[in-house]
Design a protein around this ligand. Structure first.
Ligand code: NAD
Ligand code: UDP
Length: 338
């Protein structure tokens, strides 16, 4: 199949491109490098020995997207193209709504005009909100989101669902990611956050490599076994392989399917820090700080639907995730910049 990856030069997109190519699919990437660089795709090509058709374009630009879709005629679109920093979305809500919603609408319009009927969407566990207690399963209603980023995901899910009700030939898969971490085992591609990382694993890695002085753990007084928050961390290569299954499923299906991609196994912030130190034999200095506004004590997935519908389950362990994150960080202390 030929798959168009909107936002495919980013962290999850580049790993998915690699898995798709290794599974024999053709890959077209459209990215404006708002939060990435073409270097990730260059490395994917080196790792797979296959070429990727790459367009530097804004997915919101309908004239360009239509030309690209008409020329490439993809069988399926994977929509990764979004802004994703929670704190920034609170400061710049309009930019987040404009970018995330507009990319989705443009893709749907271009798909309708070119006859493409399959779309896989990068959603997030954040749409479960605070009302639903873990393990989160796909039958639960979406909850109240705590920030504009989360609302864009919730709204985009609704838009895609509505589109599939109106067009009975449309096949939509909404993948709700839990906490993707890790990197390809080669250490050649990985997560390359700009500025101070918002997420736990890049922060831990940057402390270990000496770029940051210490990690602040956001609260140790939660009602959890060690007092720190529980999350469902998933290796980005497991996530990438889940996308390959989702794309293949999409081809034989109509309507909308919501599918969690997680491991179902919660780990605490201290589990991450301790495993990272043990597996990699490095020190991660940390202090306990106050809680971060909006954090929930425990968020993890029910994984049965992914197993049943996609025949997929995550295989890699927390030790694998910590080892591969460190392998990427120590070999690329400045990310994709030389
Ligand atoms: P990322 O920032 O590394 O990748 C997103 C890519 O989209 C970037 O390459 C960026 O340049 C591109 N992009 C953004 N707006 C664009 C536009 N208008 N036109 C063209 N390209 C554009 O993020 P990621 O971690 O790879 O996440 C991919 C998707 O998965 C995002 O939609 C994100 O919200 C979602 N998601 C991520 C996580 C996570 O923890 N990483 C969790 C849940 C959901
Ligand atoms: N966290 C932390 N210090 C940091 C970043 C994150 O203690 O510098 C904690 C955070 O409170 C949460 C967990 O690590 O419990 C995962 O946070 P992340 O931002 O990576 O993901 P999300 O909040 O989306 O689950």
């Amino acid at each position: 199949m030929k798959i168009l990856l909107a936002g495919g030069a980013g962290y999850i997109g580049s790993h998915t491109a690699l898995s798709l190519l290794n599974s024999g699919h053709e890959v077209v990437v459209v990215d404006n490098y708002d939060n990435s660089s073409p270097e990730s795709i260059k490395r994917v090509e080196q790792l797979t020995g296959r070429s990727v058709t790459l367009y530097e374009d804004d997915v919101k630009d309908k004239v360009r997207m239509l030309k690209i879709m008409q020329k490439e005629q993809p069988d399926c679109v994977i929509h990764f193209a979004g802004l994703k920093a929670v704190g920034e979305s609170v400061q710049q809500p309009v930019r987040y709504y404009r970018n995330n919603i507009d990319t989705t609408l443009t893709l749907l319009e271009c798909m309708a005009e070119t006859g493409c009927k399959e779309i896989v969407f990068s959603s997030s566990a954040t749409v479960y909100g605070a009302e639903n207690s873990s393990p989160c399963h796909e039958g639960m209603p979406r909850g109240i989101c705590t920030n504009p980023y989360g609302w864009t995901k919730s709204m985009m899910e609704q838009i895609l669902q509505d589109a599939s009700v109106a067009d009975k030939e449309l096949s939509v898969v909404l993948l709700r990611y839990f906490n993707p971490i890790g990197a390809h085992e080669s250490g050649r591609i990985g997560e390359d956050p700009q500025g101070i990382p918002n997420n736990l694993m890049p922060y831990v890695s940057q402390v270990a490599v000496g770029k940051r002085e210490k990690l602040t753990i956001f609260g140790d007084d939660y009602d959890t076994p060690d007092g720190t928050c529980l999350r469902d961390y998933i290796h980005v290569m497991d996530l990438a392989e889940g996308h390959v299954k989702a794309v293949e499923f999409c081809a034989h299906h109509h309507g909308t399917e919501i599918i969690n991609l997680g491991t179902g196994q919660p780990y605490s912030v201290l589990d991450i820090v301790n495993t990272f130190q043990q597996v990699n034999d490095v020190k991660v200095a940390y202090e306990i700080g106050p809680r971060r506004a909006g954090d929930l004590p425990a968020v993890y997935s029910d994984v049965h639907k992914a197993e049943r519908v996609l025949g997929w389950r995550a295989k890699r362990t927390l030790a694998d995730m910590c080892r591969d994150s460190w392998n990427w960080q120590k070999n690329n202390p400045n990310g994709y910049k030389k």
